[in-house]
Design a binder for this molecule. Structure first.
Ligand code: FDP
Length: 340
């Protein structure tokens, strides 16, 4: 019997234990982030259960409302949003919440305020709900360092590089939570029998170069020059290398998760119809860019490092190219060449 392996299997690193360990490296920390995270984790577990029984519980279908982007809102979106907002407010550690589903930011009642701002998309990839494709929750956390009576929207309209933590939870064949608190990226898988997220993917590093590109090629007719050139090169390389494979699920969490683990590039570029792309800066582009950089990759908007962008509106969109270091470097070179 392999006792070492057995010991490894029985020494379960839960996400809470992991964050507590991280906290002990910061003597000034008082456990507030651990409490906040445990409420985010609760939201993820709830959504995971709801997604798993969606078909059975007749949760699938339209809720009869449209969200701020004018998209049809599904019952699961509504439910997930409510659960996250309530969990975050009741943590007593948040002051401003920005959700993809809510037009306005939520300013938490002063009696329940804490120092964190949370930006999140409670259920991203919602057009995939009805066919059982992986979907997910995306979140980013900022901290305010001021009197909590003086908070304003400017406290969340900050560049992504100011985020303290970011992550996503993917509701797929298993439920996977990937998070970074600015010290690398770690992946945890929900053990349904324990109800705990267990560390299964420690210190995730994205391969420096990748063999997969991920994009909605149906928009190719309207792409700009650099994007068109890059994708052409993926398919018809001129340097003797093999063409890349195309994988596109159309659910950002799932596409980014694969990119993080296998390497390659995920792009949702600008096009003539949507000059700012489709994906939202605060709760899609920033958290995923934060994770990519923490895993050794890069994230670029076509103009600048994604995490340097300063948003002016809470639901602002931006083009995004993220993934393996070398792939994003190629995109950057193509945009730089166009500027000349
Ligand atoms: P969805 O519209 O299904 O909610 O921003 C939302 C998102 O999905 C992302 O998850 C996904 O990457 C992207 O939109 C897919 O957009 P396209 O259908 O235009 O490819």
């Amino acid at each position: 019997m392999d006792h070492a392996a057995d010991a490894h299997r029985t020494d379960l690193m839960t996400v809470t234990r992991y964050v507590l360990n991280e906290q002990s490296r910061h003597p000034e920390a008082r456990g507030d982030f651990t409490i906040l995270l445990s409420h985010i984790v609760l939201g993820c577990k709830f959504v995971c259960t709801a997604v798993n029984k969606a078909g059975l519980a007749k949760l699938i279908g339209l809720a009869g409302e449209t969200n701020v982007q004018g998209e049809e809102q599904k019952k699961l979106d509504v439910l997930s949003n409510e659960v996250f907002v309530k969990a975050l407010v009741s943590s007593g550690r948040t002051c401003i919440l920005v959700s993809e589903e809510d037009e306005e930011a939520t300013f938490v009642d002063p009696r329940l305020r804490g120092k964190y701002c949370v930006v999140f998309d409670p259920l991203d990839g919602s057009s995939n709900i009805d066919c059982g494709v992986s979907i997910g929750t995306i979140f980013g956390v900022y901290m305010v360092d001021k009197d909590l009576d003086k908070i304003s929207l400017d406290d969340v309209l900050q560049p992504g590089k100011n985020m303290l933590a970011a992550g996503y939870c993917m509701y797929g064949s298993s439920c996977t939570l990937v998070i970074s608190t600015g010290n690398g990226v770690n992946g945890f898988t929900l053990d349904p029998s324990l109800g705990e997220f267990i560390l299964t993917h420690p210190d995730i590093k994205i391969p420096k170069k990748g063999k997969i590109y991920s994009v909605n090629e149906g928009n190719a007719k309207n792409w700009d020059g650099p994007t068109a050139k890059y994708v052409e090169k993926c398919k018809f390389p001129t340097d003797g290398s093999s063409p890349k494979s195309l994988r596109y699920i159309g659910s950002m969490v799932a596409d980014v998760h694969r990119t993080l683990l296998y390497g390659g590039i995920f792009l949702y570029p600008a096009d003539k119809k949507s000059p700012n792309g489709k994906l939202r800066v605060l709760y899609e582009v920033f958290p995923m860019s934060f994770l990519m950089e923490q895993a050794g990759g890069q994230a670029f908007t076509g103009k600048e490092r994604a995490l340097d962008l300063i948003p002016t509106k809470i639901h602002q969109r931006s083009p995004i190219f993220l993934g393996s270091y070398d792939e994003v470097e190629e995109i950057k070179a193509l945009y730089a060449a166009e500027q000349k």
